[in-house]
Design a protein around this ligand. Structure first.
Ligand SMILES: [Zn+2]
Length: 448
C-alpha cells in the first residue's frame, strides 16, 4: 500500500490511536487489550460508550462505532505499515525523561494548553524535544484544518462565512508551514525511525522509513488535491483555487502537483475514457454531434479542473485531454461531412480547441474551424440581400442568366439574393456589381 493511497481527509478520524485513545508507542498487546476493553464497554450500553469515547483525543467527529473500532484493530494488526503510518500522524510523546504536560492536557481536553506547551518546546534548544513538539503542532493544525474543511465542504451553514474561512485558511497555512519545515529535518526522521525500530515488527520492509519520507509530501498533497476535486465537482471554484494554492506550497514541482490532481480524478478520468470509447457507437451519423455534446457536458468539471490546474504539468493528463479532444473532433468532423450543421459544429470545435494540448492536434482543429467559418460565411452571404444587406432565412433569389461572349451559346445562371422590399431596385445594371457576376463579366461573359 502506498502512503499517498491511504492518505485521505479521514486520516485522523480513522487513526487507530485516536480511535482507541492510546498513546503512540503502545505495544501490540496494549492495542489488543484496549480493543477488548472497548468491546466490554460497548456491551454496557450507549452512555458508557460515550463516556469512554470522550477520553479519545479527537473531539469534533461522531463517536466511532464498535465496527469502526474493530476495523481499525484489524487494520493495524494485519498491516504493520498502517500501524506505523497511524503512529506518524498522531501526537508523539515527549522525549524520554521529560514530563509530558502537553499530552496530559490534550487527554483532559485542554487543547489550548497543549498547544502552548508544544509551542514553547518547539522553539527550545533541545533538538529532539523541539522536533517532537513541532511535529505535534503539525498534526494538531492539520487535524483542525481537515476537520473544519470537511464541515465547510459538507455545506454546514456556520462554516461558509468569511470569518470561518479566515480561521480555516490559518489552520492550513500553519499545518503546511509546519509539515514543510519538517520534511528535511533529520532529527524528525531519527525519532520516527527509533519509534519504528521499537515496534520491532519483522514484517515491515527495510526501506519503510526511506519510502515513507520520500512519499510524505505527495501524500499530504493528495489530500489537498482531493478537496480541490471535491469543490470543483460542486462548482465551488474559489475553494478549489484556494486548495491549488495550498498544493503549490506543499509540492514545489508542477509534475508532483499534476500527479496529485491526477490521483484525485483517477476514477472520473477512467469513466470518461470509457464513455469516449463508446461515443457515437451504434448511433446514426446525425446523432454524433449530440453524442459528443452530451459527453463533453458530462465531463466538463473534470476537464475544466484539469485544464486550469494541471495542463502541461503531467504527461498523462496531457494525453488524456488530447485523447478526449481528438476523438470528439473526428466524430464532429464526420458528422459535418455527412449532415452539415456547421454553426453547431463550430461551437463544439472551438471548445475542443480549448482542451487540445499537442501542437499537431491544435493545428488540425484550427484548420477545421477555418473551414467551418468559410462555409458559414458563404451561407450567410447567400441569405443577405444584395441591396439592403439585410439577412433573412431563405432569402428569395433572382436568377440571372449570363452568356459566354465568344459564342453566345454557353450559358450560366447566378442566383442573386434580393429581399421582397428591394425587388424594385433590381435591374441588369444594378446587379452587375454583384461579386460573382462582376467576376464573370470581367472574364468574357455578358448579361445579354
Ligand atoms: Zn433588401
Amino acid at each position: 500500500m502506498r502512503l499517498d493511497e491511504v492518505c485521505n481527509a479521514n486520516l485522523y478520524e480513522t487513526n487507530v490511536y485516536a480511535m482507541l485513545g492510546l498513546e503512540v508507542g503502545a505495544t501490540p498487546r496494549m492495542v489488543r487489550r484496549r480493543g477488548e476493553d472497548l468491546e466490554g464497554v460497548h456491551m454496557q450500553g450507549r452512555i458508557a460508550w460515550r463516556r469512554e469515547c470522550g477520553r479519545i483525543l479527537l473531539g469534533q467527529r461522531p463517536d466511532p462505532t464498535l465496527q469502526d473500532v474493530k476495523e481499525a484493530l484489524v487494520k493495524v494488526t494485519k498491516y504493520p505499515e498502517c500501524a506505523q503510518t497511524d503512529a506518524f500522524f498522531w501526537f508523539w510523546p515527549a522525549a524520554a525523561g521529560s514530563d509530558d504536560h502537553a499530552l496530559r492536557h490534550l487527554q483532559s481536553g485542554k487543547r489550548d494548553l497543549a498547544f502552548e506547551c508544544w509551542k514553547k518546546t518547539a522553539d527550545g534548544a533541545e533538538e529532539e524535544s523541539a522536533v517532537i513538539a513541532r511535529h505535534n503542532l503539525a498534526v494538531l493544525f492539520h487535524l483542525y484544518a481537515l476537520d473544519a474543511e470537511k464541515r465547510r465542504l459538507a455545506g454546514r451553514v456556520e462554516c461558509q462565512s468569511d470569518s470561518f474561512l479566515n480561521v480555516l485558511d490559518g489552520f492550513w497555512t500553519r499545518a503546511i508551514g509546519e509539515w514543510t519545515a519538517l520534511f528535511n529535518r533529520e532529527s524528525l526522521w531519527r525519532v520516527f525511525s527509533e519509534m519504528v525500530r521499537r515496534a520491532n515488527d519483522p514484517r515491515l520492509k527495510e526501506d519503510f522509513i526511506t519510502s515513507f519520507r520520500l512519499r510524505l509530501p505527495a501524500a499530504l498533497g493528495s489530500i489537498i488535491a482531493q478537496f480541490l476535486a471535491a469543490y470543483e465537482r460542486e462548482g465551488r471554484t474559489d475553494d478549489a483555487k484556494r486548495h491549488f494554492g495550498y498544493l503549490e506550497k506543499i509540492l514545489n514541482s508542477a509534475e508532483a502537483r499534476g500527479e496529485a490532481i491526477r490521483g484525485a480524478y483517477a476514477s472520473e478520468m477512467r469513466k470518461t475514457e470509457m464513455l469516449l470509447a463508446n461515443c457515437g457507437k451504434d448511433h446514426l451519423p446525425h446523432e454524433w454531434l449530440d453524442d459528443v455534446k452530451v459527453l463533453l457536458a458530462d465531463c466538463r468539471p473534470l476537464v475544466e479542473s484539469l485544464t486550469t490546474f494541471a495542463r502541461g504539468a503531467d504527461q498523462s493528463i496531457n494525453d488524456f485531454l488530447d485523447g478526449l479532444a481528438s476523438i470528439c473532433h473526428s466524430r464532429v468532423r464526420d458528422y459535418v461531412q455527412r449532415c452539415g450543421g456547421h454553426s453547431d459544429a463550430l461551437e463544439t470545435e472551438t471548445y475542443l480547441l480549448s482542451i487540445a494540448t499537442s501542437a499537431s492536434l491544435r493545428r488540425e482543429i484550427e484548420g477545421e474551424i477555418g473551414k467551418l467559418r468559410e462555409v458559414i460565411q458563404a451561407e450567410r452571404e447567400k441569405n443577405t440581400c444584395w441591396y439592403c444587406k439585410r439577412y433573412q432565412n431563405m432569402m428569395p433569389k433572382f436568377s440571372v442568366m449570363l452568356y459566354k461572349t465568344t459564342d453566345n451559346k454557353e450559358t450560366d445562371t447566378i442566383n442573386v439574393p434580393v429581399c421582397d422590399g428591394c425587388r424594385g431596385r433590381f435591374s441588369l445594371d444594378t446587379v452587375a456589381d454583384y461579386p460573382e457576376i462582376r467576376k464573370k463579366l470581367d472574364s468574357g461573359w455578358s448579361l445579354t
